[in-house]
Design a binder for this molecule. Sequence first.
Ligand code: NAD
Length: 317
Amino acid sequence: MPLWSDMVVHEKWNALVCDPVDSVLIDGLKNRGLTVEYEPSITPDDLAASIGKFHVVVVRSRTKLTSSILSSASNLKIIARAGIGTDNIDTEYASRHGIFIVTAAGSSTHSVAELNISLMIMLARNLNSLVEKTRNGIWEKSPGTELYGKTAGIIGMGRIGFATARILSSMGMQVAAYDPVVNMEFIEKMHGEYHDLDTILSVSDVIFVLANLTDSGNGMLNAAHISRMKQGILIVNTSRSEFIKGSDLFEAMKSGKIGGYAADVFWHEPPVEPWEKELISMSNVMVTPHIGAQTYEAQKKVAEYTLNNLFKKMEEI
Ligand code: NAD
């Protein structure tokens, strides 16, 4: 329990919410006694100019908390990331300057896992293009791929990787994983197998990219890796586009080496480069606008987990 004197200190705290969030989050901050400013479309320049007066900053993925912006954050104690990935925050700078970071880890696990499965099935059965054709009056039967008995390779066996693996396994697929950290639950509950990256690339019929982005993951899948994949491989990426070298993926889509690519994340969101726009327009590419956590259930949990973790940290410091 916080001391009464601590509560008084926290009541004087100012919080800035930089990105669009559920009203549960704003109300929770206010109920805790914080003074809240809600600026869901604040620009980097305005953020740099105003961040100095805030003790708490809440961001989703739109706002980039770079070292240059954080260098103006003289009163900042906690960054609350209402989501999972922290790659939009200079975490090293924050830790060197005693700024704590809390997240809503785990809040969208099941929503993202369900999206992974939908994207895989849509790719395997060409649903994207068939639905578009029937909408345009074209009644054309074309065969897809049955997934039962096929091998799904998961790169990144964390919360979302495990939840996705559980569904894949119940569909009768073989699941193989690559992750520098072994998830014991995966091994115990599904007798899953870990392999090195090269093995995952060569044995998989579908590859899921579900890791959290660190420097070592940036560009980890390039033309050389793609050449070791099976012809017609399907790839689903709902974590971060930066894991894959975009120009190499584009070439492999054009040559037919990759049979289908589905992603909920993109190099520029929304796409900017001509190759990005051309990639998105391909009939065997499906890109959703970063909606992995966009379910009513996940959004509520994002708000609740962010508040819980923020208040816990406020009590500790
Ligand atoms: P997590 O931390 O539970 O799991 C990430 C796993 O990736 C860890 O086990 C880690 O060891 C592993 N990993 C890190 N670098 C790796 C590498 N180079 N190769 C292989 N494995 C590696 O995170 P999570 O909750 O499962 O979320 C995973 C990621 O999904 C998040 O970091 C975020 O980027 C993304 N995400 C996207 C959405 C969306 O809306 N599309 C929503 C939530 C999370």
